[in-house]
Design a protein around this ligand. Structure first.
Ligand SMILES: Cc1ncc(COP(=O)(O)O)c(C=O)c1O
Length: 430
């Protein structure tokens, strides 16, 4: 079970869970719940591993660009910048946050299937390394903006190779009917290359694809790279940058299927890009990956307090915590699976099968349909591991719930990533 938790997780002699040497129950008491904790050592170790694996498997230049959509706050952004990581932004908010945190524009690129004029202008004026163009319509729109600004813009083209990996349908992004990217089947991707190469305002330097999220299969990554290289060759375009996206998954359950190590992902994309370039006599491109979930998920922990509990008609035990779908909508959205542990009885024998629910006014506000817990009662601190990606970043204010605080724990220090929201100071109080 602890292998799902941050690398510094331990159970102390009081049977309490500790992260980075800090008692999670004390943190819950001091900071209140729901609370999110991020273990700095886990993020740092992941970032270092990616660097090591690229050095091992790729002879060309490489860049890791954090997919800011998984979780981004100013403090988080600053920490990632210190680690030498770049940013894959998907909105004006993420772009501005990267800028505020001091990222160099050359380490930032902008994705999105419907970028606004404001987003494109911000990217243009800041001079980021690339706008990742998602459609033929956007190509023309961006070209006109660049001409009006009298400023050339560097672009990559996001290509939809028409392949499906094994993951939840909502996590697929490169299947033939995807809303993302330039489709290949009717020549839109090829046409975009031709148009971009003709334009005096667009500087086409790269190709991009992202096949989806929570993926453990290596084949689809290889296949997507081969398809994009064949497209580039057919159009006489040699990419200086190649980005096969993010998408490598993480286990969420203690006894789930064995999954290949993440190094296999880096090795596969490195080998495929090397083989495709070498076969054509092309120089190795700058290889950019956009991991989100894999970098942040295991570092994060959701901390709740148990409130009411009851036994319902079919005999199921329903246990409610003080958060739920407002801070973590993933189960409600995609039936995402999780496990849980009582932080103040961390080593105790799980004896009761319970349904873990939130406190929000929706029957779909379930966090875990079935999980084993030891004896529990109101006031116990419950933690859900692997909560560092796509939880807080998708959080809402449903039932006017304030979004939780998030803390970064490293070397015995606490850094506030985000303060608990104060409803009375929010935008709807005027
Ligand atoms: C373009 C792009 N890159 C990277 C990511 C990050 O994916 P993941 O968190 O699975 O690594 C996403 C998210 O789906 C994405 O849309």
């Amino acid at each position: 079970m602890l292998n799902l938790f941050p690398v510094t997780a331990k159970i102390n002699p009081a049977d309490h869970l500790e992260i980075d040497g800090q008692d999670v129950c004390s943190l819950a008491q001091t900071w209140g719940t729901p609370l999110y904790l991020y273990d700095g050592a886990t993020v740092r170790q992941n970032a270092q591993n990616l660097e090591t694996w690229f050095r091992r498997w790729y002879a060309g230049e490489s860049q890791v660009a954090y997919a800011a959509k998984v979780y981004f706050s100013l403090e988080m952004a600053r920490k990632l910048k210190e680690m030498g990581i770049g940013v894959d932004a998907a909105s004006l908010g993420e772009l501005n946050m990267a800028r505020l945190a001091g990222f160099a524009p050359g380490n930032v690129h902008l994705n999105g299937n419907n970028k606004s004029r404001e987003e494109l202008l911000a990217a243009l004026r800041w001079g980021i390394q690339a706008v990742v163009v998602d459609s033929l319509e956007e190509l023309g729109f961006l070209e006109n903006l660049a001409a009006a600004e009298q400023r050339q813009v560097e672009i990559w083209l996001r290509v939809t190779p028409g392949i499906s990996a094994k993951t939840h349908a909502y996590d697929l992004t490169a299947h033939p009917n995807s809303k993302f990217g330039l489709p290949m089947h009717d020549g839109q991707a090829a046409e975009a290359i031709r148009q971009a190469l003709r334009s005096p305002w667009l500087r086409l330097t790269g190709l991009h694809t992202h096949i989806g999220s929570q993926i453990f299969e290596l084949g689809p990554f290889r296949q997507a790279i081969e398809i994009l290289y064949a497209l580039a060759e057919a159009e006489g375009f040699v990419p200086q940058t190649f980005c096969p996206g993010g998408g490598w998954g993480v286990p969420y359950l203690p006894n789930g299927e064995a999954v290949p190590p993440a190094e296999d992902w880096i090795r596969t994309v490195s080998e495929a890009v090397t083989a495709e370039s070498t076969r054509r006599g092309w120089p190795l491109p700058r290889l950019v990956v956009e991991p989100g979930r894999w970098l942040a998920a295991r570092a994060g922990l959701a901390v709740y307090t148990i409130g009411t509990h009851k036994v319902v008609n079919d005999g199921s035990r329903v246990v409610a915590v003080d958060g739920g779908m407002a801070d973590n909508p993933r189960h409600a959205l995609y039936q995402a699976e999780y496990t849980a542990l009582l932080a103040d009885r961390a080593g105790a024998e799980p004896r009761h099968r319970v349904t873990l629910v939130g406190k929000f006014c929706e029957s779909g506000d379930e966090l875990i349909p079935q999980v084993m817990l030891p004896d529990y009662e109101r006031g116990r601190v419950l933690v859900m591991p692997v909560a560092g990606a796509y939880q807080l970043s998708m959080a809402s204010n449903y039932n006017l719930a304030p979004r939780p605080a998030a803390l970064w724990l490293e070397n015995g220090e606490i850094h506030v990533l985000q303060q608990r929201e104060r409803i009375e100071e929010s935008w709807w109080v005027s």
